[in-house]
Design a protein around this ligand. Structure first.
Ligand SMILES: NC(=O)c1ccc[n+]([C@@H]2O[C@H](COP(=O)([O-])OP(=O)(O)OC[C@H]3O[C@@H](n4cnc5c(N)ncnc54)[C@H](O)[C@@H]3O)[C@@H](O)[C@H]2O)c1
Ligand SMILES: [Zn+2]
Length: 367
């Protein structure tokens, strides 16, 4: 199975997804490109070498840049190392950067490509579910600074995104489940059939408990869930590339989620924090009279069923509020939340009553 989702931005591009899709990388590198820089981490060195072979067979000169793992890749120093490699290999404007890895690597590769010679083309080859359904699609790239995450970056749409499901075979279960939180988010904000699929297959999705990697039998299901989630992101970013009102719906569960990540000093997985954030947003939706009990319960049943957290420690509301106020996504001083009018129908809630926010927090507090 190979699925293609077209992202209709100013320069439209395809997200290609399937088992063995990595073979497509060579075909999406344009003929006028002579050199390719592959950015990858040590964990994925073998896969980077495979792709290098494919590109070399297609006549490209390939340079590899191995970068540190996870967030350690998203620094100015690592970007500067990549620029150095580009400079030394005389990379020109027609050449291409390929990022093979999780969202950290695709974010870095996108930023390096956006900044080199004021923008060279980039192809993302995401290797985690999170990166396939979220980070690699949508054109946002960035690195962190000591002051915070993703503070430096650029909008830079890829030439293509190639998602090889085989890569998920080695992904840890907890990372996979964290990626499923973003898939479920896509269900809550738009394509409710995702929720039906997850509900019907909860046992399979959690079959290996929280330890082992994904099994080959899960491929069909994961692939179809990933494609649906990618379609949701593609639809939303197609209509509105920048951080304007429509794109904001992708932040469902993220206002509190980001605050939890901050308060936990980024020791929580993003998807886990967003899971709690979605339960909070659902409670908020109920408190302002938009969702009923059943819809809120559905959040808990699906996210909890996948093994994602639903609650957060009590007594930390002040810290969370302070973190939410600092979040760069909060316009002016007014807090904004994406809430649901109904399952699949997001809307925005601006400057909610502090007592309502506190009540929503109480509803997700560990008892
Ligand atoms: N640009 C965007 O729009 C956007 C959206 C969401 C998230 N992000 C960014 O994405 C990053 C998170 O992405 P992530 O969850 O993929 O984390 P990650 O990139 O840190 O990867 C998680 C871990 O999995 C390992 N890994 C990756 N692929 C693997 C594989 N196939 N097999 C085994 N191990 C593998 C990595 O080496 C890493 O240790 C964050 O930096 C976040 O800011 C960006
Ligand atoms: Zn997210």
């Amino acid at each position: 199975m190979t699925e293609i989702v077209r992202v209709e931005t100013d320069q439209p591009y395809d997200v290609i997804l399937g088992s063995g899709a990595r073979d497509r990388v060579a075909s999406v590198v344009p003929v006028d490109c002579e050199r390719v820089l592959i950015i990858h981490t040590a964990v994925l060195a073998d896969r980077a070498h495979d792709v290098r072979e494919l590109l070399a067979s297609a006549g490209k000169t390939v340079v590899l840049a191995e970068v540190p793992d996870a967030e350690a890749a998203k620094t100015a120093e690592v970007a500067a190392f990549c620029w150095q490699v580009l400079g030394r290999s005389e990379f020109s404007r027609s050449d291409v950067v390929v990022g093979i890895g999780g969202g950290a690597v695709t974010d870095l590769a996108g930023f390096v490509a956006a900044s080199w010679l004021r923008g060279v083309r980039v192809i993302h080859v995401p290797t985690t579910l999170q990166a396939m359904v979220d980070a690699a699609v949508g054109g946002k790239s960035g690195i962190n600074t000591a002051e915070g995450k993703n503070l430096v970056g650029a909008f830079h749409e890829p030439l293509a995104v190639v998602c090889d499901l085989d890569y998920l075979l080695t992904q840890g279960r907890n990372d996979l489940v964290a990626g499923l939180a973003e898939v479920v988010k896509a269900g809550f904000i738009r394509d409710t059939s995702i929720l039906d699929d997850v509900e019907a297959n909860l046992a399979r999705l959690t079959a290996s408990g929280n330890a082992g990697p994904v099994s080959e039998e899960d491929f069909g299901l994961l692939g179809s869930l990933a494609v649906k989630a990618i379609r949701v992101k593609a639809d939303v970013v197609s209509a509105d590339m920048r951080e304007a009102s429509l794109r904001e719906v992708l932040n469902y569960g993220h206002t509190l989620g980001h605050a939890i990540e901050h308060v936990e000093r980024y020791q929580w997985r993003h998807g886990a924090a967003v899971s709690v954030g979605m339960v909070f947003a659902a409670e908020l939706s109920r408190l302002v009279g938009m969702l009923g009990d059943d819809e809120v319960d559905r959040h808990r049943a699906i996210l909890g069923g996948l093994g994602l957290p639903l609650t957060y420690a009590g007594g930390r509301w002040d810290a969370l509020l302070a973190a939410m106020r600092r979040d760069k996504k909060a316009r002016s001083s007014m807090l904004r939340f994406v809430v649901l009018r109904d399952i699949g129908v997001p809307t925005r809630l601006e400057g909610p009553d502090p007592a309502v926010l506190a009540a929503a927090y109480a509803a997700i507090t560990e008892r």
